[in-house]
Write a protein that binds this ligand. Sequence first.
Ligand code: AMP
Length: 190
Amino acid sequence: MNIVIFGPPGAGKGTQSKFIVKKFNLYQLSTGDLLRNEIKNKTKLGSKISSIINSGELVSDEIVGNLIEKFVSNDSYKNQIIFDGYPRTIIQAKNLDNLLNKYKQKIDIVIKLSVSLETIKKRISERQVQEKRTDDNDEIAIKRFKTYEKSSKPVMDYYIQSNLLKVINGEAEISEINSEISGLIDAIKG
Ligand code: AMP
């Protein structure tokens, strides 16, 4: 089964993905983590994208598309991927369908964590203390939220049309969200 976990920055996508990975024996593919690794390892791509990430904008569809193909094409991850932070644009959503199709796979469910801007600001300032991400401060958090609001609607509509979207209240307790997600996944596993 392949899962997309969707939601604004600070919605808890990473936390929930880690939980699902353990419980259902899947692999987390976080485009944010892959991009941060490029920066950390000082690669050519890393130097190209660091200012984009630190401004709260999205990197190009082409760059993230190339990063995820490495995963999707690898047989060890076949039908066992949680896409965390991908797709974020309608082009990425369509590219993902084409890519999965190419490797005889599909998305089984899209889980959206719904969270208010107030909660996001609070969570991001807490995360800033713990993780020290260079794009986690109030100003960039708001920018990232606005970027999300601009690009996410067509992606949501796309998944509503394909009947894959399930929305969860991301403001609830972590354990409550865990069990809601488990219920959804159990239901599609049958
Ligand atoms: P995240 O860790 O998912 O919050 O991502 C951190 C940053 O990486 C985002 O603010 C974007 O600049 C970039 N990024 C991550 N995933 C994507 C994506 N699917 N498309 C474009 N940019 C992305």
